[in-house]
Design a protein around this ligand. Sequence first.
Ligand code: PMP
Length: 440
Amino acid sequence: TLQKQRSESLYKEALEHIVGGVNSPSRSFKAVGGGAPVFMKRGQGAYFWDEDGNRYIDYLAAYGPIILGHAHPHVTAAICRAAENGTLYGTPTELEIEFARMLKEAIPSLDKVRFVNSGTEAVMSTIRVARAYTGRNKIIKFAGCYHGHSDLVLVAAGSGPSTLGIPDSAGIPVSIAHEVITVPYNDLGALDEALARWGSDVAAVMVEPVVGNFGMVMPKPGFLEGLCAVARRNGSLVIYDEVITAFRFHYGTVQNFDGLPSGTDFAAIEPDLTALGKIIGGGLPIGAYGGRKDIMAQVAPLGPAYQAGTMAGNPASISAGIACLQVLQEPGTYARLDKLGAVLEAGLADAARKHGVALTINRIRGALSTHFCDHPVTNYDEAQNTDSEQFALFFRLMLEEGICLAPSKYEAWFTTIAHTEDDIAVTVEAADRAFAAMAH
Ligand code: PMP
């Protein structure tokens, strides 16, 4: 069995100094039975080594950004170069223009961009801009979608689409939650109902156009078209939160992803604003938002919507982002991720079937989610209604096997370009043993 003495003693020490021992709650093992999380020491390619010297195949990919694997040499070189020239200027730089151009070339709806430091900031800023532009206050979001930890988006569903949201965290005033309406994903009827009730107050409809936060979930045919059409008819903006999805499935965003349901009308699913993060920072902190020129003209110093950042557009993050996108542009990158994902999906599905473990797999190219249930997962209710105990057991068994997953039943497995078919085979063999143990 896994050596974990050092992780355990570091966890004890961490608890003395860092709240909960972790700097993001998703890193704790609370959802998988508690105890010390694994303290990692080094990452290289598809592998992690922990403080006790155990090696893991990594599918966490730091919750998404590490699509090239750890310490990719092209990104590392770019970061070192940036560091040698000074990491922060507080002035504009040419690098920012280069990166903005790259993003605009890949994402057709971006006329203008602004760089920030995290996905949370990016989303928060799109909401302010949408409110400034429309002069309205409310937003509609979808249950189970995560948009960072700012007040407005940490709001859960009320008891139906015609009710206002309730705070999902202490410290969020009910008055703020009342500016949010939460409806089920993939449910245009509920969106219509919410707009019929609150429409004249709704500044924006915010959505993960492909969901990454309660499993990998595709929009049903017509969902995004319908969403954009009813939002526009209502005078509300459409905001895509592509913090997880941008550059994940192809070199671009969901708005131009050829893996959407066949018959998708791409002209009809353009967002007004897009929030970005994760992959575009190549592993350093970043966020960005952008969209239509007349809307982005609301942002200071051009317009009345204030948004700023000491660290925003810093040369280190921008350099890492440019380097990451350069590697992703190489021919074959996404085909390779898709292939790895397909082999992993097939292997996991076979092994689960063999041992009679009910498993639903949602895969989109190199990313997949595993749900312990025998029903499809197309919205948050269905994702919630999957077996948490089984996931916790599976997570622990896989960790013992040296396979690192996120300690949450909703989180995706991310393959990286550093994973090999051998790594996938080793993973599938581990899963086979884990399912066998679970079946007993
Ligand atoms: N939006 C989405 C879709 C996300 O998945 C996340 C993070 N998981 C965020 C926003 C927040 O990003 P960050 O953690 O960088 O603030």
